[in-house]
Design a protein around this ligand. Structure first.
Ligand SMILES: Nc1nc2c(ncn2[C@@H]2O[C@H](COP(=O)(O)OP(=O)(O)OP(=O)(O)O)[C@@H](O)[C@H]2O)c(=O)[nH]1
Ligand SMILES: [Mg+2]
Length: 680
């Protein structure tokens, strides 16, 4: 059935066998139980506490509840990313997947058990003026490459295609075209028709006569789509991001993919079993080789199209591992084999109508994957298991729990400890002896000390960052220069031996390796320095508590926040001129004359090609990490300030009646024990 035929169906109600999606996410359910115990403890703290402490407790608990781990799906065009996203979501029809329409937009499906704070159910953001200008005036990445390589006629071709594309959009959108850039459209609902209007490009716009359908009307200027779906059966929130295929003509989408990978902690590379990791996919390998192995899962889709999956799958796996090893891809990345087609059939229960070849392959695969074929389970759950989707979900769930999940829990548990310690002081006096805490320092002094501490801590963090940045820039520059030296030496060597008529090629992977190493050092430094800044701040605040109040427990300490994670340097993998081995490079080569011209032009071109990559790493990333580290610090400080000032305000007030105080002290003791279970 084509996407067009289905356009007017809602298609968004859960399929008959939606229950299957609960298979494979057991680790998430266990996690959710632990999380609920912690939120319970926080809610109890909120009950006991005064207004200020309750607010802190509620904020911590809602923060934990709104945790939304995300997974970005990337892969070659038509590997079946969208079909797989649909299967993982448990809604085979949610996103249009077909031979003809193709995904042009990063589409994020936000699944939440708890619902969403506002009424928006679909949000579409259009390209900004900048991206658009860059694409059309300079021809996107391809244009930049072509211009730099001196391939003017290629550039002309690209420009002509882009102009045509722009004219098409203009015709379709009329006067609104310019106005729409940088805008965002929000809807309180979504259906197939709406989604298609924004996320699907197709070859047949111009021949489409039924304009009421508006398929793909906004797709070429839409940059991202967000859909918000309530899924009460899910133990945690989850975001699944579908992306456009990576080997697209204009490479503008490579940048979009890079951003999408960076926005998620986990990445699934979807390959097609027919052409798993061919040379076309080296661009993919380059991107994922900058992500930690444990944060990448490879899903080889479409095994239903193999004649003998039982025999072919191990061969494919060996060949993928070999390609990854040769091209410095992630080591030991988990590889899952399966079929989105089988998964979606299992969900809808349409098993009889399954294509013959696909059904044969299923039987063949079932014999090899004996584990999946558990006796006593239903046919659809067997097929679901064989589709690989539950295995994929298991892999993702484990990684979510040990990564983002564990961090969120540790963070919340540490802050809950701080809260509890502060509450002991506010509720009963720190010794639990019913005496109310007395402030030793007047409120104004405490406030002034807090101001001082805050500005000193933030300045310290800024200093640390600027030192890290200087060192990182130096390393990047060194890496860059040493690569240029080596490459130029190789070029001269080539010219001396072979002359100008032999085309010379040089592999840029050494550059990437150098940049990656520089980044690893930077990343480790950053983590250490930020944590050190937080630890020192927590110490200082602990001292303030002890100095500021009578009766604060001996050894009272403040737990520091956790340093934010440093994202992987995905942009190191972006395609540069040296990666293009084909006709362009030959052309570039053929245009030069004379050794000096080669060496000079080469250095100039490589410098220009790699500079944005280096800049993006140094300025872009360092800045965003710095901003995040600062905002975590400020958040922590704001909480501490509210707790300290609260205690100062209450001191000297009427102490609570003895029995009430004793009761609360006992409650706090129990909560202390409950929280201890979450200590690292
Ligand atoms: N036989 C078979 N066909 C599949 C499978 N997965 C996807 N397809 C089909 O392959 C075509 C492309 O699938 P999509 O899910 O749109 O692929 P995609 O990777 O999202 O494609 P782009 O968005 O264009 O990059 C559709 O016709 C799907 O029905 C599979 O596991 N088996
Ligand atoms: Mg797609």
């Amino acid at each position: 059935m084509s996407a067009l035929e289905k356009a007017n169906e809602p298609g968004l109600t859960p399929p008959p066998n939606a229950y299957l999606t609960r298979i494979g996410i057991e680790a998430l359910s266990d996690f959710a139980e632990r999380r609920d115990r912690l939120t319970d403890a926080l809610e109890k703290l909120a009950d006991i506490g005064d207004e200020v402490t309750s607010k802190v407790a509620e904020r911590l608990s809602s923060h934990l509840d709104s945790l939304e781990p995300s997974v970005t799906m990337i892969g070659q065009v038509k590997a079946g990313k969208t079909s797989l996203v649909n299967a993982m979501t448990g809604m085979p029809d949610i996103l249009p997947a077909d031979v003809n329409p193709w995904t042009s937009v990063v589409t994020s499906l936000h699944l939440s058990a708890a619902g969403f704070p506002d009424a928006t159910r679909a949000r579409f953001k259009f390209f900004g003026e900048d991206d658009w200008q860059r694409l059309f005036n300079r021809g996107g990445r391809i244009g930049e490459l072509a211009a730099r390589a001196g391939a003017e006629d290629e550039l002309e071709k690209v420009r002509a295609q882009l102009t045509e594309m722009r004219e098409k959009s203009r015709r379709r959108l009329g006067r609104r075209f310019e106005m729409l850039l940088s805008q965002q459209h929000d809807y309180g609902y979504f259906d197939r028709q709406l989604i298609e209007r924004y996320v699907i490009l197709g070859d047949d716009f111009e021949t489409e006569t039924d304009t009421s359908r508006n398929q793909g009307r906004f797709a070429d200027i839409t940059q991202s789509a967000d859909l918000f779906i309530e899924r009460p059966d899910l133990p945690t929130g989850l975001c699944i991001r579908d992306t456009p295929g990576v080997n697209d003509t204009f490479m503008i989408r490579e940048q979009i993919t890079i951003r999408a990978i960076r926005d998620s902690r986990l990445c699934v590379v979807v390959l097609s079993a027919h052409q798993a990791l061919s040379d076309v996919d080296l661009a993919l390998v380059r991107l994922i080789s900058n992500v930690k192995s444990r944060e990448v899962v490879i899903f080889v889709n479409r095994i239903d199209e193999l004649a003998d999956p039982g025999k072919q799958v191990p061969e494919i796996e060996a060949s993928i591992r070999a390609t990854l090893a040769t091209h410095q891809g992630p080591e030991n990345a988990q590889i899952v084999f399966g079929s989105a087609y089988w998964a979606n059939r299992a969900l809808t229960g349409e098993l009889k109508g399954m294509a013959r070849a696909s059904a044969d392959a299923l039987v063949n695969w079932a014999q090899h994957a004996a584990k999946a074929a558990k006796r006593g389970s239903s046919t659809e759950s067997m097929i679901w298991e064989l589709s690989g989707v539950p295995t994929l979900m298991r892999a993702l769930s484990e990684r979510i729990v040990e990564g983002e999940g564990a961090e969120a829990m540790n963070r919340a548990a540490a802050q809950a400890q701080n809260l509890l310690r502060a509450m002991r002081a506010t509720v009963t006096g720190p010794q639990g002896d019913g005496q109310s805490t007395e402030a030793r320092l007047p409120a104004e002094t405490l406030a002034a000390r807090l101001d001082q501490i805050e500005s000193a801590a933030r300045a310290d963090l800024r200093d640390r960052f600027s030192r890290i940045e200087t060192e990182f820039d130096r390393r990047l520059e060194r890496a860059h220069a040493s690569f240029l030296d080596r490459a130029t030496a190789s070029l001269i060597g080539h010219l001396e031996t072979w002359g100008e008529n032999e085309v010379w090629q040089y592999d840029p992977s050494a550059l990437r390796m150098l940049l990656r190493t520089a980044y690893q050092v930077f990343s480790a430094n950053t983590h250490r320095q930020v944590q050190a800044a937080y630890d020192e701040l927590a110490e200082t605040l602990g001292t303030l508590w002890r100095e500021g109040f009578d009766h604060v427990e001996y050894g009272f300490r403040v737990e520091p926040p956790t340093a934010p994670r440093v994202p992987p340097p995905v942009q190191i993998g972006q395609t540069i001129a040296l990666d293009l081995k084909g006709s362009w490079w030959r052309r570039w080569w053929k245009r030069r004359r004379g050794y000096d011209a080669y060496a000079e032009d080469f250095a100039g071109m490589i410098a220009a090609e790699t500079k944005p990559m280096v800049d993006d790493l140094s300025a872009g990333l360092v800045q965003s990490i710095g901003t995040e580290a600062d905002s975590v610090m400020q958040d922590f400080l704001a909480t501490q300030r509210s707790l300290i000032m609260n205690l100062a305000d209450r001191s000297g007030g009427e102490p609570e009646a003895d029995d009430a105080a004793t009761r609360k002290a006992a409650q706090l003791d129990r909560l202390q024990d409950a929280l201890a279970a979450f200590a690292e």
